[in-house]
Ligand binder design. Structure first.
Ligand SMILES: Nc1ncnc2c1ncn2[C@@H]1O[C@H](COP(=O)(O)OP(=O)(O)OP(=O)(O)O)[C@@H](O)[C@H]1O
Length: 251
């Protein structure tokens, strides 16, 4: 469903991704872990076309998003916009429209981007807000909601576009500790009840262990180890994974 082939990304002399080969199978739930600055977010941003690779091929659902030859300037492929719609993303920051209600935030893109009928979009948005446990808050604006509730609206908004792939970039990092659980519960339910492909960057190790089919350890722009959660967390093969996990799990 997602494939990175020999993908590199540099900002000046900072080589953030180094000939990365990485894929995610249809329906697979994959978590990316690794030290700060190892390139985890950059992978998601390339998939969202918020960044372009310096080199390499990236495809989603069989469509080429990026195909950049060495020394070539990245340019958008013809089907990029179409492919981009297959992907929903949840960021650390919720990025909701503050003056709109939760429901209006969720219906916005289906109406304006997908051209969905207003009534159908509102019905779907109400179902999704119910799914994330916010049926009582549909008419509240973001300032009237807690951070956890706002992030759940952001998840509903991403789902409203009927994506085949959901990307999560540290979805609980901006939340107070007591609000993290409610957002993780929503993501856990999605992972267990949908056949969507899910790729998540997270510092929540126990959560990654619990919900993922596979965990990938990143370091210095490379996937250094990939395996079932019990293998990565209980029996990591790479010294870099052991050192990283020792540090984060002792915190
Ligand atoms: N727009 C940018 N311009 C220049 N450098 C950037 C840009 N975005 C990211 N970087 C650099 O790329 C490197 C990798 O960043 P990235 O955010 O992908 O790491 P990460 O593994 O997600 O880290 P964290 O866990 O701290 O979020 C860092 O050195 C960062 O400073």
């Amino acid at each position: 469903m997602i494939a990175f082939e020999n993908v590199s990304k540099s900002w000046g002399s900072n080589h953030v991704l180094k000939s990365l080969n990485f894929d995610v199978q249809p329906g697979e739930k994959v978590s990316i872990i690794g030290p700060s600055g190892s390139g985890k977010t950059t992978i998601l941003r390339i998939l969202m076309t918020l960044e372009s690779p310096s080199e390499g091929l990236v495809s989603v659902d069989g469509d080429v998003l990026w195909n950049v030859a060495p020394g070539e300037k990245p340019k958008e492929t013809r089907q990029l916009r179409q492919t981009r719609r297959k992907i929903g993303m949840v960021f650390q920051q919720f990025n909701l429209f503050p003056h709109m209600t939760a429901l209006e935030n969720v219906v916005e893109a289906p109406i304006h981007v997908l051209g969905m009928e207003k009534a159908e979009a509102r019905e779907r948005a109400a179902d999704l807000l119910n799914l994330v446990g916010l049926s009582k808050h549909m008419n509240h604006t973001p300032p009237q909601l807690s951070g956890g509730q706002q992030q759940r609206v952001a998840i509903a908004r991403a789902l409203a576009m009927r994506p085949k792939v959901m990307l999560f970039d540290e979805p609980t990092s901006a939340l107070d500790p007591e609000l993290i659980g409610e957002v993780l519960n929503v993501i856990r339910n999605l992972a267990q009840s949908t056949d969507m492909t899910m790729l998540m960057v997270t510092h929540e190790m126990r959560f990654a262990e619990e919900i993922s089919d596979r965990v990938v350890m990143f370091d210095h722009g490379r996937a250094v180890e990939s395996g079932a959660p019990e293998q990565i967390f209980k029996n990591p093969l790479e010294e870099r994974t052991r050192t990283f996990l020792r540090a984060v799990l002792q915190r």
